[in-house]
Ligand binder design. Structure first.
Ligand code: PGA
Length: 252
């Protein structure tokens, strides 16, 4: 069985000093098999955090689509590689909302990440009004279509389904709704890409995941892991969540 993937998205929550400590603590406690842990700190923390990690992978929270040039404030995929990143989150809803990131920009970022040899973690998901209108699957479909446009080789891709209304609200998706979304996303990939690839793309759930509910999502058909925001910046909460995931693997 492939490893369960657990991605910690620290967002802008953690100071450099705390980031260094937290990374060391997570790394030291993470002698866990069957679970692949990725920490995504702010850009400014990547080097320091990366130095603390041996068994845990490093990821970034964003990337630019060009490798070099006059792009003030942006980060090259090559620089992320130099800093030791394996993964990069692309298209998080907080960037779509606060930074007006479009699907076209996200598409370019995914292509640039792949080209550089980074594994993109593409975030998709509907807003509350869209869910209430019954448009969830249509929104997902539109995002996938635009974000993955022109891509041929996507077997390394990670997709994180994250309904916007579930992020940071303490109100996660219902497992039955997650299962429906997971089935839909896999069906989409199967139809648009090589069907063999659909099974290899890893699919995560993100949105108010904590130790107490992580098994609901990991036990949902088609889900390979979780993306964790709030519960990843407290050592006890995060390690509890990881231990739950590990117990599930041992119970199998
Ligand atoms: P949360 O964030 O776990 O704090 O809801 C999840 C996310 O960033 O997708």
């Amino acid at each position: 069985m492939a490893n369960t993937l657990i991605v910690a998205n620290w967002k802008m929550h953690v100071s450099l000093k705390r980031g260094r400590e937290l990374a060391r603590e997570i790394n030291n406690e993470s002698t866990i098999t069957g679970v692949e842990i990725v920490i995504c700190p702010p850009f400014t923390h990547l080097k320091v955090v990366g130095r603390q990690l041996t068994d845990v992978r490093l990821g970034a929270q964003d990337v630019f689509w060009e490798v070099r040039g006059p792009y003030t404030g942006e980060i090259s995929p090559k620089t992320l590689l130099e800093l030791g990143c394996t993964y990069v989150i692309v298209g998080h809803s907080e960037r779509r909302t606060h930074l007006a990131e479009t699907d076209e920009m996200i598409n370019r970022k995914i292509k640039a990440a792949f080209k550089a040899g980074l594994v993109p973690i593409l975030c998709i998901g509907e807003a509350l009004e869209q869910r209430e209108r019954g448009d969830t699957l249509q929104v997902i479909s539109e995002q996938l279509k635009l974000d993955l446009s022109g891509l041929k080789e996507i077997k390394e891709l990670v997709i994180s389904y994250e309904p916007v209304w579930a992020i940071g609200t303490g109100q996660p998706v219902e497992p039955a709704d997650l299962e429906e979304a997971a089935r839909y996303i896999r069906g989409f990939i199967e139809e648009k890409f090589d069907p063999k690839v659909a099974g290899q793309v890893r699919l995560l759930y993100g949105g108010s995941v904590v130790a107490e509910n992580v098994l609901d999502f990991l036990n949902t058909d088609g889900i390979n892991g979780v993306l964790v925001g709030g519960a990843s910046i407290n050592l006890t909460d995060f390690m509890n969540l990881i231990r739950q995931s590990q117990n599930r693997i041992q119970d199998k």
